[in-house]
Unconditional design. Structure first.
Length: 413
């Protein structure tokens, strides 16, 4: 039995009602959408609030990575994150001497200090925390999820954080912590063209609005006009950043026809980077480009006042943050699958293959062999699969086995 790669425990005092609402939202979000396409048991979310040993007691203990477990107990997860909601009721429950809640919090703090690569403590401020309280004394100086000003006296002065901000911050924090390369922060490559199809196409204002929205988040960005330094090799810099960043494609009328825009999207796809397209077409495209498809695509439009829809831009950034965590978890799955005889022969792809990425895969298998690919759900449609099968056979290979976690489960693998 495989232990989960990641366990996330959402912990709060039952009296802190705002925490219950936020925890339910997070639980639902991270069990659905893009995360529903992972292999079973990859990531588990648990809500920890109900008393465990007696009325008013702390919730169920967590099986920490270095804990002595009884025989037959499931193995602990590879990584455990505790999202602790800091509310008034939790602060009061931790105050009495011998508080069971305070002991529970201290165990989480101490476990994260002992095994920082396996245990993370991620607080969420619901109410102002009295610095003299036992709870404040027990906690290290950690930046809270959803906090807007890290230097403010209380990050909870304005109340609980918006759930959308909390989801995005949690995705980023988990991805950075779990990333095998040492935790690079999420960075968005703003892919755009400066060319306009007419004087009324507001390309520059779209780029400016995207940068403004990004500036209000914890997400880093790469924007060529701002980040390319004088004397830098701009060709290599663009390729390097497109290969290592989540890519937000601003698809204006002439975007798909521009050589460098095509190159940036293709580079991101071939390096397994998340890509989201913001569709800002005004007059339309003469032809488009097949390189631009097979990715999430959202419309962004201008209102009557000429301003671009900031909510649509925020939605695109949320998709990229979720896709970033998804790709990190998928990579961890691929590493674990190397020791699983049922999965060892598969090439793990963070996105479903397409002709522009399939050519890379063909070079990894010997001539005449079958190419086996495992990608996230949903499966490709019949016509899509048939085109890829035809390409593989014409390249001299035995065939193409395309699988997803749900297809493997249906096979009994």
């Amino acid at each position: 039995m495989h232990a989960p790669i990641l366990e996330v425990h959402l912990a709060w005092h039952p009296g802190d009602r705002a925490a219950a609402r936020l925890a339910a939202e997070l639980d639902h979000h991270f069990h659905h959408g893009v995360y529903g396409s992972l292999l079973g048991g990859t990531m588990e979310f648990y809500q920890r609030s109900a008393p465990w040993s007696a009325p008013g007691s702390a919730p169920r203990p967590i099986a920490w990575p270095d804990a002595a477990l009884p025989p037959g107990h499931p193995p602990p997860a590879q990584a455990i994150a505790v999202v602790l909601f800091l509310g008034d009721e939790l602060m009061r429950a931790c105050q009495p001497a011998g508080s069971d809640w305070l002991r529970w919090v201290r165990e989480a703090v101490e476990s994260a200090a002992r095994r920082p690569d396996q245990v993370a403590l991620l607080p969420v401020a619901l109410d102002p925390l009295d610095p003299r309280s036992a709870l404040a004394t027990a906690l290290p100086p950690l930046q809270c999820l959803g906090a807007t000003d890290p230097l403010a006296e209380s990050s909870a002065a304005a109340g609980p954080p918006p759930v959308a901000v909390l989801r995005r911050d949690l995705s980023q924090a988990l991805a950075r912590w779990l990333h095998p390369a040492g935790g690079p922060a999420l960075r968005v490559f703003i892919s755009h063209t400066k060319r306009m199809s007419g004087p009324d196409e507001a390309v520059a204002s779209l780029v400016d609005t995207v940068r403004e929205v990004l500036g209000g988040t914890r997400i880093g960005s790469f924007y060529d006009a701002q980040d390319l330094q004088p004397g830098a090799d701009w060709d290599q810099a663009l390729r390097r950043h497109a290969a290592s960043s989540a890519l937000l494609a601003l698809r204006t009328d002439l975007y798909a026809s521009r050589e460098w825009c095509q190159r940036e999207v293709l580079t991101a796809k071939r390096h397994g980077m998340p890509v989201v397209v913001l569709d800002a077409l005004q007059r339309g495209e003469a032809r488009g480009s097949f390189l631009m498809d097979h990715v999430p695509r959202l419309p962004v439009r201008r209102g009557a006042d000429g301003a671009w829809d900031r909510a649509a831009i925020g939605q695109a950034l949320d998709l990229l943050a979720d896709a970033w965590l998804h790709s990190v978890l998928w990579q961890r799955q691929a590493e674990r699958a190397a020791a699983d005889p049922m999965l060892a022969g598969y090439q793990f792809l963070p996105q479903a293959p397409e002709p522009s990425t399939l050519s890379q895969l063909l070079a990894r298998v010997p001539p005449g062999a079958e190419l086996r690919v495992l990608h996230p759900d949903p499966p490709l449609a019949c016509e899509e699969r048939a085109v890829l099968q035809d390409l593989v056979r014409r390249a001299g290979h035995a065939g193409l086995d395309l699988s997803t976690p749900k297809l493997l489960a249906a096979r009994g693998a």
